[in-house]
Design a protein around this ligand. Structure first.
Ligand code: PEP
Ligand code: MG
Length: 889
């Protein structure tokens, strides 16, 4: 087994073995690009080290061999006293991972070789600066010395000498600083800073291996579901210096604009600096275009290299480079991150350039990006004061009056005000306030903080962790860095897609992509937005290749029409309970309270025509496409008054001796129907079985509506769905009753309605007995909300606000199983039920209508297990179409 690869030996497809950085350095080397020579220690070596606690026996010799070769190539030895070869040691896993050790530069410097470097470079200041950087980086990342100690020492020396930046420090001060840094190392670690260059290198390599198991790295992997046993590679690369004077420098570049996708010159350059200076923002960079004036030769070769890389990688690349005394060196490249809009544009641009085909274009975008493009956003040119920024936690643009507690948020929103809830951090007590607010802003916490998790769940705009904003909830105000004070009631605007916070009202504009889906903007028009054109084309590719059909969850004609405009191919779930709200609630109340058959019949007779009208409208909006109507699902008490409020009212009335008969009966019913666990109680098919006439009334309404649509020359395609079935017997009874009603109506109207009857699979028992249930069902629709709830034993209404934040922080899952399907648990049941159902009935139609139907990762899963369609909320329909296309391409 070979543990070390020279840069000339690897290539970009060896990411498993060489990590992302190493594989790309090798690729560039073999393309003939100017990469400083070096070699990569494989992830395999790391794995051996992590498993056994020591480096593999062969590693030392292999490294020696490669180091020898490197020294011969560079014509100097590592740490050589009069002219030292220096190297960088950089970690590089298959996936880029924050929280891992990154880089130690200038390995090979010692008390002796620093003088050799000074003599060779003719620049003493440079030599001492390089040495102090080595001790600082090595001390911090390899020897685990608190980095602040070095920073404080640096600050002190600056103060004593009156320097404002590092650059103002001369050679003598830096030499002095080196002594102080070495003192810190001895004091903190009980040993001297190692003077042997090979020992420096070996220790740094080992530190990279160890960093794989650092706390933050482990947490990150758990959340991102990156396996713990991949290990990291280590890159050892000869140093080139961007801090050798004005003819040197360092920079970053993109082959296209990562914000718009436009081709051009994008990047930053910093003269006379080393890599980390750019990232740290210590001094101001200049636009990359300025390099043309500073150093035309380097600029020209950089432009040529960028073109080579784009054609080679067939994608936007980002690049780190260094210029050493007029010679350009490439230090890193990778396929670059980009904004959502740029992703769509670049994908179609590359198709037009003939670099990629349509199938590949689909892999270059994703549903999350499309969803982002569908949020309304702030007008770009609004001149308004930005007062801070935080983490973009939940997208959207929200404007409202600043409030600093939930109580005020609720009170103000009830009186019609739009509010932004501002807290240091949120906790479960803030839930109602968060619901009432347009958006949420916190000054603490990251992407998995309570505010972020809950806001995403609610679909509320949220910016969290805006640390520069000082939130004072007691005094109901917030102070921005410039001293600007935001008082309660002042208008603020927050952008959940960029994390920016503004004082005042920023005008909100609708997303052009939504305008396009709505049909208010045409992709074909000459002046059509470039982004809209790109989205239009990518959607067409997706629709062409996808196998999954996409339906919408919609309960009224308006939503159905929108869903249709967004490309829905039917309704996968019409929740009929939404039709019993408002004034119809009273009729349901009468139904529940009925003591006699005639009372019940009259209540049902009152509901029938209303239900029928709902369905006629719905079938009309979805004419020619399937509409799955689900019979009543929720526990009945949801239609009755609140038990506490009613008890109080009745008690008060009784004390005044004027309790009314109806209220007393109502209270009795409320008590009778009260359940400790309504989600597991009298709901779904159970209701249909214990309330005579309820389900048959709904079936009648569906059938008559369909018959009327037929009479009006329409093409209704109704499907009747029974919720919460656990056993085939339940379904058989409901089916028998329904078929009688349908037959009667077909006869009356003289039509064949072709109604199909199916069930939801949303209980573990239903999934486990799917083979039996299929005997009585024409279709299954997986209700993954309830299925997740019952498989995990997680109350879907409670857990996201109670303990999910802790679960996310501990990395038990990276995303809520209510958001992305839990493939191993819930998903396994779905997979087995699909198989068992089809074994019983090969033509069984299969779909999903839980929230997961619109979740990108879940859509891929449903494609894989062979469902026929997914159903999701109208706004997610384009996302599902795109992901279904990506899954099939
Ligand atoms: C489900 O349980 O997944 C479902 C779609 O039904 P509901 O969300 O209405 O319970
Ligand atoms: Mg359900």
């Amino acid at each position: 087994q070979k543990f070390v690869y020279d840069f000339t030996e690897g290539n970009k497809d060896l990411k498993d073995l060489l990590g992302g950085k190493g594989a790309n350095l090798a690729e560039m080397t073999n393309l003939g690009l100017p990469v400083p020579p070096g070699f990569t220690i494989t992830t395999e070596a790391c794995k051996v080290y992590l498993e056994s606690g020591t480096e593999p026996a062969a590693l030392r010799d292999e490294v020696s061999t490669h180091l020898d070769a490197l020294e011969r190539k560079m014509a100097k030895k590592l740490g050589q006293a009069d002219d030292p070869l220096l190297v960088s040691v950089r970690s590089g896993a298959k996936f880029s991972m924050p929280g891992m050790m990154d880089t130690v530069l200038n390995i090979g410097l010692s008390d002796e070789s620093v003088r050799g470097l000074a003599a060779q470079s003719g620049d003493e200041r440079f030599a001492w600066d390089s040495y102090r950087r080595l001790i600082q980086m090595f001390g911090k990342t390899v020897l685990a010395v608190d980095g602040d100690l070095f920073e404080e020492a640096l600050e002190e020396v600056k103060q004593v000498t009156g320097a404002t930046t590092d650059v103002d420090l001369g050679a003598p001060e830096l030499e002095q600083l080196v002594e102080r840094f070495k003192g810190i190392v001895v004091k903190e670690t009980g040993r001297d800073f190692p003077q042997d260059p090979r020992e420096q290198m070996d220790l740094a390599v080992r530190a990279v291996f160890d960093s794989w198991n650092g706390d933050r790295a482990r947490l990150y992997r758990r959340q991102e579901r990156i396996p713990h046993d991949l290990g990291t590679a280590v890159n050892i690369c000869s140093m080139v210096f961007g801090n050798l004077g004005p003819d040197s420098g360092t920079g970053v570049a993109f082959t296209r604009d990562p914000a718009s996708g436009h081709q051009g010159v994008y990047g930053d350059y910093l003269q006379n600096a080393q890599g980390e200076d750019v990232v740290a923002g210590i001094r101001n960079t200049v636009p990359l275009a300025d390099l043309e004036q500073l150093d035309k030769a380097s600029y020209d070769s950089l432009m040529q290299i960028m073109e080579t890389l784009e054609t080679h990688y067939k994608d936007l690349c980002d690049i780190e480079f260094t210029v050493e005394r007029g010679k350009l060196w490439m230090l890193q490249t990778r396929v670059g991150k980009r904004t959502a809009a740029a992703a769509f544009r670049i994908a179609t641009q590359l198709v037009d350039q003939g670099l990629i085909d349509e199938a590949e274009a689909l892999q270059r975008v994703n549903g999350a990006q499309l969803a982002q493009l569908m949020f309304p956003r702030f007008a770009a040119d609004a001149a308004i004061e930005r007062i801070g920024s935080g983490i973009a936690a939940s997208p959207g643009a929200a404007v409202g009056k600043a409030v600093f507690d939930s109580y005020t948020a609720i009170k103000w929103s009830r009186s019609g005000e739009q509010v932004i809830l501002i807290r240091r951090e949120t906790n479960p007590d803030d839930l109602d306030g968060m619901l009432a607010a347009e958006g949420i802003l916190t000054s603490r916490g990251g992407k998995t903080s309570h505010a972020a998790v809950v806001a995403r769940g609610m679909g509320k705009t949220c910016v969290c962790g805006a640390e520069e904003l000082e939130v004072d909830t007691k005094r109901r105000r917030m102070t921005a860095p410039g001293g600007t004070v935001v008082e309660e009631g002042d208008t603020v605007s927050i952008d959940g897609s960029s994390g920016k916070v503004y004082l005042g009202e920023v005008p909100v504009v609708p997303s052009p992509v939504v305008e396009y889906f709505e049909g208010r903007m045409h992709a074909g028009a000459d002046d059509a937005d470039e982004l809209v054109k790109a989205v239009h084309r990518v959607m067409a590719y997706a629709d062409r290749v996808r196998r999954l059909r996409v339906r919408a969850n919609a309960d009224n004609a308006e939503d159905a029409s929108r869903a249709r405009r967004f490309g829905a191919q039917g309704i996968g779930l019409c929740r009929t309970e939404h039709m019993f709200l408002g004034e119809r609630r009273e009729m349901v109340e009468r139904l529940i309270l009925a003591d006699t058959d005639s009372e019940r019949d009259s209540a049902l007779a009152g509901l029938l025509p209303q239900q029928k009208r709902d369905f006629v409208e719905l079938f009309e909006a979805m004419d020619g496409l399937p509409v799955t109507v689900r019979l009543l699902d929720p526990p009945l008490h949801e239609f009755l008054p609140d038990i506490t409020e009613l008890s109080v009212r009745v008690a008060l009335a009784e004390s005044r001796k004027d309790a009314n008969e109806n209220d007393l009966r109502l209270l009795q019913a409320v008590h009778r129907l009260h359940e400790q666990n309504p989600m597991l109680g009298l709901r779904g098919v159970r209701l249909g079985l214990v309330i005579p006439g309820l389900f048959t009334m709904q079936v009648r309404a569906i059938a008559e509506a369909a018959a009327e649509r037929k009479a009006a020359k329409g093409d209704p395609r109704a499907e009747i769905m029974i919720p919460l079935v656990g056993t085939v017997q339940e379904l058989e009874i409901v089916r028998e009753d329904a078929e009688k009603v349908i037959a009667e109506i077909e006869e009356t109207y003289g039509v064949d309605l072709k109604l199909s009857l199916g069930t939801m699979i949303e209980l573990p028992r239903a999934a486990l007995t799917a083979g039996q249930i299929a005997e009585s069902a024409d279709f299954f629709s997986f209700g993954t909300n309830d299925l997740t709830q019952t498989v995990w034993g997680f109350s879907r209404d409670d857990v996201e606000a109670s303990f999910f934040t802790a679960y996310l922080e501990k990395g038990i899952f990276g995303v809520s199983p209510f958001e992305t399907i839990d493939k191993d648990g819930v998903g396994a049941l779905v997979r087995d039920a699909v198989e068992a159902g089809r074994a019983t009935r090969p033509d069984l139609k299969l779909g999903v209508c839980g929230e997961h139907g619109g979740d990108p990762e879940s859509v891929h899963f449903f494609h894989e297990v062979g469902l026929d369609y997914v159903s999701c909320s109208p706004f997610r329909v384009p996302v599902a179409r795109l992901e279904a296309g990506r899954a099939a391409a």
